[in-house]
Design a protein around this ligand. Structure first.
Ligand code: HEC
Ligand code: HEC
Length: 290
């Protein structure tokens, strides 16, 4: 009778932990957030307009190349990384691939008003201004033309590494990506990016392990969801580009994942064979006993 009472207490405590405490702790430590929104429906984007790439070429070349290189179109950087980081706080990205990386509506909204589109207006108050001027004074057609131009020059295919490099490397290092040559160090020197962001963006080599894939997707799509008030801008990637960025983080931080997962079924087969032998062995021993 006593044993039964002890059992009942143990079962009750286990169930309370399993259905009460654990889910509660989980929801406190990992609050549920909405799924990523790759349509960027909250921004004032293209509003259904399709631009003219030819007009856009002139507009982009005259408005943007003072700060941004577009190397594939013959506009090299005007300064080295150290000087442009000193001038703008962060090395402005090369725009050769922007039309592939960024959602078109997001891109239009970013050109009009970078801080609002990137959800970092809270960083630019009391006289602090975003290093990229907004172009909301331009006609919506002209903004659409520039987006059409950027899309027309963007490559159709990019590797995961190229995607990461163009989307994230101006702020973040991912040093395990290339330990030997050090080419995956952040483009902006630490002291500049720290002064600009208020904090050193972390090296992302191991974030696939410490945060996991779904957190990364939610965070990259909208950093404010998990870290309210964070200085990291929403980068506005398309779903494809974001998948490539996370795939690259996995290649670098968890390169053995496929191997590890392939081991699972093999191990189960081994256990089954082992169980059969164990059973045969037991049967043979007991045969002698009886
Ligand atoms: C005065 C310099 C300057 C000019 C002019 C400028 N930009 Fe920028 N731009 C920047 C800087 C600096 C950043 C990086 C800001 C950051 O990451 O916080 C940036 C970032 C960007 C990004 C990256 C957006 C993202 O989500 O990561 C795009 C795209 C962009 N600019 C497009 C343009 C286009 C198109 C024009 C011309 C219409 C333009 N910029 C003009 C300085 C400039
Ligand atoms: C303009 C600079 C900038 C760019 C571009 C940028 N980040 Fe960040 N990122 C930051 C800063 C600053 C932080 C630190 C935020 C904090 O702790 O509040 C950060 C933090 C992070 C974190 C850590 C979040 C956590 O839970 O601690 C991850 C993951 C991350 N960024 C991924 C990315 C990826 C992937 C890209 C490219 C798609 C990217 N970032 C582009 C500035 C940037």
């Amino acid at each position: 009778m006593k044993e039964l009472k002890v059992l009942a207490v143990v079962v009750a405590l286990t169930l309370i932990t399993y259905w009460g405490v654990e889910p509660y702790a989980h929801s406190e430590m990992h609050p549920h957030v909405d799924a990523p929104n790759y349509n960027y429906t909250d921004v004032d984007g293209l509003n259904g307009m399709t631009g003219n790439a030819e007009n856009g070429a002139t507009l982009v070349q005259s408005n943007c190349t003072a700060c941004h290189s577009i190397t594939t179109q013959g506009f090299p950087p005007l300064m080295d990384n150290a000087s442009s980081a000193a001038a703008y706080g962060v090395v402005p990205p090369d725009l050769s691939t922007a039309g592939k990386l960024y959602n078109a509506d997001f891109l239009a909204a970013y050109i009009k008003d970078p801080a609002t589109a990137a959800k970092v207006s809270h960083k630019f108050q009391d006289g602090a201004v975003h290093p990229m001027p907004g172009y909301s004074w331009m006609k919506p057609e002209e903004i659409a033309d520039m987006v059409a131009y950027l899309q027309s020059i963007a490559p159709k295919e990019m590797t995961n590494k190229e995607t990461f490099t163009d989307a994230c490397l101006r702020c973040h290092s991912i040093k395990y990506g290339d330990m030997k040559n050090g080419t995956m160090a952040a483009k902006t020197p630490n002291e500049n990016i720290k002064a600009y962001m208020g904090k050193l963006p972390p090296d992302l080599s191991q974030y696939i392990r410490s945060r996991g894939e779904s957190y990364l997707h939610e965070f990259i799509n909208n950093p404010q969801k998990h870290l309210e008030g964070t200085a990291m801008p929403r980068v506005g990637l398309t779903q494809d580009a974001e998948n490539q960025v996370v795939a690259y983080m996995e290649e670098v931080g968890d390169s053995k994942k496929a191997e590890r997962e392939a081991l699972g079924p093999k191990f189960l087969i081994y256990l089954v064979i082992f169980a059969i032998f164990a059973w045969l062995w037991k049967a043979s021993k007991w045969r002698d006993v009886h």
